[in-house]
Design a protein around this ligand. Structure first.
Ligand SMILES: [Fe+2]
Length: 205
């Protein structure tokens, strides 16, 4: 096996890195994206208190329209750069997974959410943090007593693909939401799962 597969995590500024998740030895592939200026400006103007959590399921061809509708319903102002950023991430997830659709959540978080390191019961999950500290991850071997240096954080705006338990029964990478309760910090988190034949359900919660 080539040296480059010796660790189960891969990271690059090139989106091609996302395809590495298909390798059996890789459980986390991180595309470190740079945020466009327009996106930074939109996020500066966004009041997280004025938007609701957004959740939808969509076949690939309907995603763009359904996302626009769902963002409007959830109270988002017109944010074309955020929408484009999310759609580009979803496009990569669809391409890499070969799935016919996605289940997508855009969540405002001000507590510790999933504070234990874990892997989710999905095939392939994409994560990106737009506001606040990024998702944390560790090698599973360190799960019982992770030292501070064992805990890695995704960069803001990075798009990470993680194998869930349906693709990796014993994943070598675990993740959690960063503990932010009582810090006054807030997060805006994108979660996209690859799903087959989704029932179209644009729902704002
Ligand atoms: Fe999770």
């Amino acid at each position: 096996m080539e040296d480059r597969w010796e660790t189960p995590d891969r990271e690059s500024r090139d989106p091609e890195v996302l395809r590495d998740i298909l390798h059996p030895a890789v459980d986390l592939a991180i595309w470190n994206r740079t945020a466009p200026t327009a996106l930074l400006a939109e996020l500066r103007e966004l009041d997280l208190a004025s938007v609701e959590n957004l959740r939808l399921a969509a076949p690939a061809q309907a995603l763009a329209d359904l996302l626009s509708d769902a963002m409007r319903t959830a109270g988002y102002p017109d944010m074309p750069a955020l929408r484009a950023h999310v759609l580009e991430a979803a496009g990569h997830l669809l391409e890499v997974s070969g799935a016919t659709g996605v289940a997508l959540r855009l969540e405002c978080i001000d507590d510790n959410a999933c504070r234990l390191f874990h892997a989710d019961y999905v095939t392939l999950r994409g994560l990106a943090t737009y506001i606040g500290p990024g998702t944390q991850w560790i090698h599973a071997a360190a799960r019982n007593d992770p030292a501070p240096e064992d805990i890695h954080s995704l960069e803001p705006f990075a798009f990470a693909l993680l194998k869930g338990r349906l693709w990796a029964e014993n994943p070598s990478i675990l993740h959690r939401s960063p503990p932010i309760a009582d810090t006054g910090q807030q997060r805006l988190l994108l979660v996209i799962d690859a799903v087959e034949d989704p029932v179209t359900t644009p729902v704002s919660q």
